[in-house]
Design a protein around this ligand. Structure first.
Ligand code: KG4
Ligand code: ZN
Length: 342
């Protein structure tokens, strides 16, 4: 079965075609970063309007790229939540409508389930069961995964998500939006140990996270390092970026180790935008080795938002006989645990 996947939950229009027999056929991504960068963050109304402009042309493009006919498509999957409601509605309305027009079943996919299953697109996919660390701009969660739709959230952020913390620290350091990749790049030039920031909530039991205190600690360090005019030299900016990244990565690694221990599982997957972070991958490789476990992640372009993960997740559910009715659904808030198993 060939499934068209549509992702429009935030600031990326992602469209892809996944074939249950042959794997990923093609994917196209349009990033709205240039539109939002001038405002330092995503403007929801601008995001929705741009998805309207881009979604249909990208569908045509991905069909051409895959070299298939529209009539070869057997189902349509779109991100139905969580995310920005206006942005979600565009993908849901387009997905539902083309599905109706083509007379094929459609299904609304949970954005975080898409991320969670993205490592399945790789040549060596993980096998169930596993522990998943989901680290994106909106979520930080540790999930016990027994199979598709069989999710138990073991812990999550009580405030900022890891990606959000990267983005806010990026802003404080005067870096462009989204800050994550820029902070990571700057951190490469910094020196370990020049700034040591707290590893929040690691000295008490449990698997929840909190990153807002860390963000405040970074803000304080920046203001202390700045001269009377508020300027800070490049070396110190890099050292702060390094200290911040190390604190986030160490915190995530401690909790991942705890989750592996608690569940007795030997497979860890990381997914979502922050899973593209090389420092995180490197430290987690060491963590899993200590626990006799294995680490899996998607290639960088499938860590951040994309249509391929939605096409894959939707394909699995459509093959299991699940499909939506005619209603166009967008759920800005939606728990992973509410999903049905297949
Ligand atoms: O999964 P994603 O594309 O969108 C959401 O579902 O939120 O994640 C985007 C987040 C942003 O906060 C971005 O700064 C962060 O992922 N990110 C990174 C890196 N690449 C993307 N954070 C740290 N290091 C990176 N290399
Ligand atoms: Zn995402």
């Amino acid at each position: 079965m060939i499934v068209l996947g549509i992702e429009t939950s935030c600031d990326e229009t992602g469209v892809a075609l996944y074939d249950s027999e042959r794997g990923l056929l093609a994917d196209c991504l349009y990033s709205q970063i240039d539109i939002h960068a001038q405002y330092g963050g995503v403007i929801p109304e601008l995001a929705s309007r741009d998805h309207i402009r881009k979604t249909l042309p990208l569908i045509g493009e991905v069909i051409d790229k895959a070299g298939i006919k529209q009539s070869d498509i057997g189902g349509v999957a779109y991100t139905a939540g969580p995310g920005l409601v206006g942005a979600l509605l565009v993908g849901a309305a387009v997905g539902r409508s083309v599905g109706m027009g083509w007379d094929v079943p459609t299904i609304g996919v949970h954005h975080m389930e898409g991320h969670l299953l993205a490592p399945m697109l790789e040549e060596l996919p993980p096998a169930f069961p596993f522990v998943a660390l989901l680290v994106s701009g909106g979520h930080t969660q540790l999930v016990r995964v027994e199979g598709i739709g069989r999710y138990l959230v073991l812990g999550e952020s009580l405030d900022d998500a890891a990606g959000e913390a990267f983005d806010k620290v990026g802003k404080m350091l005067g870096l462009p939006y989204p800050g994550g990749p820029h902070v990571a790049k700057l951190a490469l030039q910094g020196v370990t140990g020049k700034f040591t920031f707290p590893r929040p909530m690691t000295n008490r039991p449990g698997l929840d996270f909190s990153f807002s205190g860390l963000k405040t600690a970074v803000r304080t360090a920046i203001s202390e390092a700045a001269d009377v005019d508020g300027n800070i030299d490049d070396r110190q900016r890099a050292d702060i970026a390094r200290g911040f990244e190390e604190a986030v990565v160490a915190t995530l690694a401690i909790k991942c180790a705890r989750a592996l221990q608690q569940t007795g599982m030997h497979t860890l997957i990381i997914a979502g935008g922050v899973s593209a972070n090389l420092q995180l991958r490197e430290v987690l490789e060491k963590t899993v080795a200590k626990h006799n476990a294995k680490l899996f992640y998607a290639q960088p372009r499938f860590c951040t938002d994309n249509g391929a993960m939605i096409a894959y997740a939707g394909c699995q559910r459509l093959l299991a006989g699940q499909a939506d009715d005619l209603e166009i659904r967008a759920q800005p808030r939606w728990s992973l645990e509410a999903l049905s198993a297949i």
